[in-house]
Write a new protein. Structure first.
Length: 380
């Protein structure tokens, strides 16, 4: 009996020992896991942040020689520019010629294209029904709002969308480019920037029907299917939030489809947009913080809005905050022509201080020697 009891104690002791051993193993494995986690986090923090990127927008001129372009790209590179956004009027052949010249100089190339605004697009012009229609009932096919180069397509109609996405795909196929860059990826301005109103001799206190798009049959039909009301009959469409949201969504759909396409070719999707999301929403029905994008370049052109230079910091911060939790990196776009070198230096610092990943200058040809000096100095 005593013997049996002793045996049981021995057994229990052995069990306790093995339990203790197990627990200590568990503790050891926990500690080593913690170490692994710690190591991983150390590794993550050790990865240096990507350097602040400097971009410039340029428009291709097919009359210029290869040598001229080589010299231009070299000039950008030695003055601190890292990336060029080249507008080739969505022509992949022109892009194919220019891309190797720029990449050889160490520049990133981004294929900049006009997206919803397609002035004089030879293919689209064969399809008058593809164009956006104003609340007044005029089509951009023959009635251009504000200016000559405004000829907007409908984002809802399958055929016009497919046409745009084909252009995106053709650019994405070009070897050596980093991204396809969507510009005019929005509706025509329902409100123009306040600084531009005198130029057009306009007063815009309310949403004016001649600048309000798109009221084509497809848009109205698609909207009615969801919401059972006709925006054409609405007295004050500015307060019809479903109609506004519908239009924001139509643009988002084009962007998100473009994102899928360019990624199939291992390219990125970037876009030039209005200064910050609420402002873009209000002025041009563009809600870019909800889009699938790799990099976004808000055009924070303070001079268009009668704002001071420090507004560049304010607007940058708004976009950066709205993108928290998303992969999209923001690069502040500035409009150079009226800016002193002091203002350029200040703008670069404001972009950095407010969380931008880079800065883009409009446009390359307009950068003065003094402004290049300011750019170069900011990199030191
Ligand atoms: Zn439409």
């Amino acid at each position: 009996m005593v013997k049996l009891f002793k045996k049981q104690i021995e057994l229990s002791m052995r069990m306790i020992k093995s339990i203790v051993l197990c627990i200590s193993c568990f503790v050891v494995s926990c500690t080593s896991k913690e170490k692994e986690v710690k190591k991983a986090s150390e590794v993550i923090t050790e990865i240096p942040a990507a350097p602040f990127k400097y971009w410039t927008w340029i428009t291709a001129d097919t009359t210029r020689s290869k040598e001229e372009y080589k010299a231009e790209f070299k000039k950008y590179r030695v003055n601190g520019i890292d990336a060029v956004l080249i507008n080739t009027l969505a022509n992949p052949e022109v892009l194919k010629k220019l891309t190797p010249l720029a990449t050889k100089e160490g520049l990133e190339v981004h294929a900049w294209m006009f997206t919803m605004n397609r002035p004089d697009d030879a293919i689209a012009l064969q399809h008058p029904e593809w164009y956006a229609v104003s609340k007044e009932g005029n089509s951009c096919f023959d009635t251009r709002p504000y200016i000559d180069y405004y000829q907007w397509l409908c984002p809802t109609r399958k055929e016009s969308r497919d046409h745009i996405l084909r252009l995106v795909e053709n650019l994405a196929k070009v070897e050596g480019i980093t991204s396809v860059h969507l510009d005019y990826i929005r509706y025509s301005d329902i409100f123009l920037p306040i600084g531009l109103l005198p130029k057009y001799n306009l007063k815009q206190d309310t949403e004016l029907p001649e600048f309000d798009f798109c009221y084509c049959d497809v848009c109205i039909r698609t909207f009615q299917k969801i919401h059972h009301k006709n925006p054409k009959e609405s007295v004050n469409t500015a307060v019809d939030i479903e109609w506004k949201q519908f239009r924001l969504t139509q643009i988002k759909k084009v962007v998100d489809e473009a994102y899928e396409i360019v990624h199939r070719y291992n390219k990125k999707l970037t876009a030039a947009v209005f200064p910050y999301p609420e402002m873009a929403d209000h002025m041009v029905r563009q809600r870019w913080d909800k889009w699938n994008l790799d990099e976004v370049l808000p055009m924070i052109y303070h001079n268009f809005y009668n704002e001071e230079v420090d507004w560049i910091g304010f607007a940058t911060r708004q976009g950066v905050k709205d993108l928290i939790g998303k992969q999209t990196k923001l690069h502040t776009g500035i409009y150079l022509p009226p800016m002193s070198t002091g203002d350029v230096t200040k703008a670069i610092q404001l972009a950095k201080d407010n969380g931008a990943a880079g800065i883009s200058f409009y446009d390359g040809n307009a950068i003065t020697e003094e402004q290049f000096e300011a750019i170069k100095t900011s990199k030191k």
